[in-house]
Design a protein around this ligand. Structure first.
Ligand SMILES: N[C@@H](CCC(=O)N[C@@H](CS)C(=O)NCC(=O)O)C(=O)O
Length: 197
């Protein structure tokens, strides 16, 4: 049995949605970063974390990769060219989308006020738009790698949702259609419904 730590409005959404997609049971601990119960399992205070077989795994990307490999879903097998390409997408999204949004969040409300540089947000918004346009250009089909949806698509979609709430615009019709396609999935809707609950 898996235990997911972290509120649904955080990067924990990625893990919860993936488990919903895979039809795998889990329990959810709705905890904010640095909550005492969270610090007890993950001393960095960051979410998400996953408890499995008595061990704590951290980092949403590492957890998604572990789950996809373990259950043989939404991933190409390790050691294949297709997997290397999938990992390339995964890391590109982390570098060029997640990191840009996270920098925007840090300079809006995460860093101590004296360390924030709010002016950087315009530059980050420009970078986000340019980076998403590059992704749109390279996309190979209805999903990043063609016909088959992978965890790289789940990661990107989560970032695109995050961008909406952070007011980072990409202006790409192709990416809008892509996001709409993924948001229509029943498991996405189920995970999203947890947000409203
Ligand atoms: N790369 C990590 C980032 C984790 C992270 O920074 N999570 C945020 C919430 S979405 C957090 O816990 N922030 C608290 C902090 O930075 O101390 C992941 O993907 O899990």
């Amino acid at each position: 049995m898996y235990e997911v730590f972290g509120g649904i409005a955080s990067r924990a959404f990625r893990v919860i949605w993936l488990l919903d997609e895979m039809g795998v049971a889990f329990t959810h601990h709705d905890l904010k970063p640095h909550a005492p119960e969270l610090l007890a399992v993950n001393p960095s205070g960051k979410v998400p974390a996953l408890k499995v077989a008595g061990e704590i795994l951290t980092d949403s990307s590492a957890i998604m990769t572990f789950l996809a490999d373990k259950h043989g879903q939404f991933t190409h097998p390790a050691g294949t060219i297709a997997r290397a390409k999938q990992d390339g997408w995964f890391h590109q999204i982390l570098d060029e989308v997640d990191a840009v949004l996270w920098a925007g969040a840090r300079h809006s409300f995460i860093l101590p006020e004296a360390q924030r540089v709010p002016e950087v947000k315009d530059s980050l918004k420009w970078e986000f738009k340019r980076n998403v346009a590059r992704i749109a250009e390279r996309m190979e089909g209805p999903y990043l790698q063609g016909e088959e949806i992978t965890i790289a698509d789940f990661l990107l979609l989560h970032c695109l949702n995050w961008a909406v709430s952070a007011k980072f615009e990409h202006g790409s019709e192709k990416i809008d259609a892509y996001a709409k396609r993924i948001r229509a999935r029943e498991s996405f809707k189920a995970a999203r419904a947890r947000l409203a609950a």
